[in-house]
Write a new protein. Sequence first.
Length: 387
Amino acid sequence: MNLLFKPAAVFFSAYAMLNLSVLKNNEAKISDPVKQINNNPKIQAAILLDVSNSMDGLIEQAKAQLWNMVNVMGKTKCKGETPQIEIALYEYGRTNNDVNKGYVKQISPFISDLDKLSQHLFSLTTYGGDEYCGQVIYTSLDELNWDTSSKSYKVIFISGNEDFLQGKMHYTLACTEAKKKGVIVNTIYCGDRLQGIKEHWNLLGECGNGSFTNINADAKPEDIPTPYDSTLITLNNKLNRTYIYYGKEGKRGEELQSSMDTQNYQLSTAAGVARFSAKADKNLYSNRSWDLVDAKNDDKKIIEKIDIKTLPDSLRNKNKEQLEAIIAEKSNERSRIQNEIQAVSAKRVVYINEEKARRANNNTQTLETEVEKIIREQVKRFNMKIE
């Protein structure tokens, strides 16, 4: 996925550093209108992706694995509650990015808007280049608004190939910063494991209290057809009809939701269905910034604050009481459909696990399989468990 760096020999006054911190916080709030609902521990994951010429397969895997990663995180509980999940995305290795920033670019700060995050992943293309791993890791640690609680699971996944020690920013500086902020750094080499060790990808995993693994970036994630796929597609279409857009960006939000459904399903049945499953979890998938049903859960007086002219044409002539009734009806319908999706998804998982057991000879390591293994092991360190 993607990441970070910080220019050397640049000194800020205490006042300037304070203003920079405030600016970063404000940018994060603007980028993601989803506010933190409670003070529970978070799961923050920064994905740092090599986008040099040889990494087309990695990007394809990243598009598909997002929803599996989110679904795994969504099953995590801390004292019975689901941690708030935020994901950031960086690219590195593109030589037409700013050379002064080590060819590193932040694609997205920490956000909880999964449609936007998926859109960012689908926008990635390969080009270049020089891959400065130490740079991108340090940049992500420096730029992102990492939670300060020691109870939060804060993690970086950096994936790519070529020598890990390229660039002026040495990995030990990133390692020191990671330890200071309590961030676990996991390195994922695209290629043979021994070659990854020769190219030093095991070093940061060790010093950052994280892990080192390798994947076949050109492998296609396993896409096992099941008897439940068509049912989930139908349920997802019904689910989409429970959304009521509002606001200046409301219509665009609805269109993005539909577009990401299509693009993920076209990528693979598994990616599409994994996305549908994530949409069935209200703790994972919320569109309160453009959907009245989700917004009403946070703000009971939302109807009094919106511009009626931004609603769908069929609702613009409704009074407050009528709108309240329609929102309540859509909310109940959504909950019912989400429960159905979760039940069918569970049966689909059982079917796939049984089919994989019959195909026991396929043990290809992909971004999806390795990220899931890492998350399942590491959340335990923070008194979290995956149910």
